[in-house]
Design a protein around this ligand. Structure first.
Ligand SMILES: [Zn+2]
Ligand SMILES: [Zn+2]
Length: 112
């Protein structure tokens, strides 16, 4: 796997904390592949998303932020579409089976 180590630039620090919330060490970013499970038991599938892992050079702690959440969500939506399942376009939370003729969302009650 190719890892890209990116130092924070001045512009990056404007958007995010540039020190570790745990030890105040320097934090860096790398591209990684995240595998996550959707569903349970025999319906479970493993999906992979390309994510940005933020990690601390001092204590070794690592975490992801909303950019990776967006990517996982996109991967999940792409997968669900292949199954004919569409998420609510408003709250993007509850799988809605469009083929059943639903036109409102159970979760946010929005029409789509
Ligand atoms: Zn740290
Ligand atoms: Zn909704």
């Amino acid at each position: 796997m190719l890892l890209n180590f990116l130092y924070y630039t001045e512009m990056d620090t404007l958007h995010m904390n540039s020190t570790c919330p745990f030890c105040d060490g320097l934090v860096f970013e790398r591209d990684d592949i995240d595998t996550f499970q959707y569903g349970s038991d025999e319906d479970a599938v493993l999906l992979t998303a390309s994510v940005i892992v933020i990690y601390c050079d001092g204590c070794g702690e690592q975490w992801t932020d909303e950019r990776s959440e967006d990517t996982r969500q996109k991967v999940l939506e792409d997968y669900l579409v292949t199954k004919g399942i569409y998420l609510c376009t408003i709250c993007r939370a509850v799988p809605v089976d469009a083929s059943d003729g639903y036109d409102t969302c159970d979760n946010c009650a929005g029409a789509f």
